[in-house]
Design a binder for this molecule. Structure first.
Ligand code: TYD
Length: 138
C-alpha cells in the first residue's frame, strides 16, 4: 500500500450554521480508532521541528485547528508532506510511521488525537533504529 493510502487525509463534516462553524470528530467513526488522549502544540515557531519519532503502538490524527503547519511522513522508503491548514481536515498516522512537524505559523494550534495513553517507551526517537526495526519486521 502506498504511504498516501496508509496515511489518508481525512475531511470532517461541518455542522456549522449562521452562528459559526462546528466540527465533530467521534472516535472509531470519523477516525479509525477510539480516542484515549488529546494534546495540542502551539507557540512553536517556524524554525522548530517537532515529532521526529515513530510509535510502536500509537495511532494519531493531526489537525491544525488554527493556523498552519506541515507534517513530513515516511515509512523509511516513501515520503509525503501534508500541509495542515484547515480545521476540518486532518491526517491519519498509523503505528510505525516516522513523522516530523514543522513550518508552524505564529497562530498554529496543532491538535493531536491519539489511540493510546502516553507511554514514552513505545516511542522510537532515533531514525537509524527506526529503519532497523522496519527492516527487522519484514
Ligand atoms: P514530545 O514527544 O517531544 O513532543 P512532540 O513529539 O509532539 O514534539 O513530547 C515533549 C515532552 O512531553 C516529552 O517529555 C514527553 C512529554 N509528553 C507526555 O508526557 N505526554 C504526551 O502525551 C506527550 C505527547 C508528550
Amino acid at each position: 500500500m502506498s504511504l498516501k493510502d496508509l496515511c489518508p487525509v481525512l475531511h470532517f463534516g461541518d455542522l456549522g450554521d449562521e452562528r459559526g462553524k462546528l466540527v465533530v470528530i467521534e472516535g472509531a467513526r470519523a477516525i479509525p480508532f477510539e480516542i484515549k488522549r488529546v494534546f495540542y502544540i502551539y507557540d512553536s515557531d517556524s524554525t522548530v521541528v517537532r515529532g521526529q519519532h515513530a510509535n510502536r503502538d500509537s495511532e494519531f490524527v493531526l489537525i491544525n485547528v488554527a493556523g498552519s503547519s506541515k507534517v513530513r511522513i515516511t515509512d523509511g522508503k516513501e515520503e509525503i508532506i501534508v500541509a495542515l491548514d484547515k480545521p476540518m481536515t486532518g491526517v491519519y498516522i498509523p503505528k510505525m510511521i516516522w513523522k516530523d512537524m514543522y513550518d508552524f505559523s505564529p497562530d498554529s494550534v496543532l491538535l493531536v488525537l491519539a489511540s493510546t495513553h502516553y507511554d514514552g517507551s513505545e516511542y522510537i526517537r532515533n531514525y537509524e533504529e527506526y529503519l532497523k526495526e522496519m527492516r527487522d519486521r519484514k
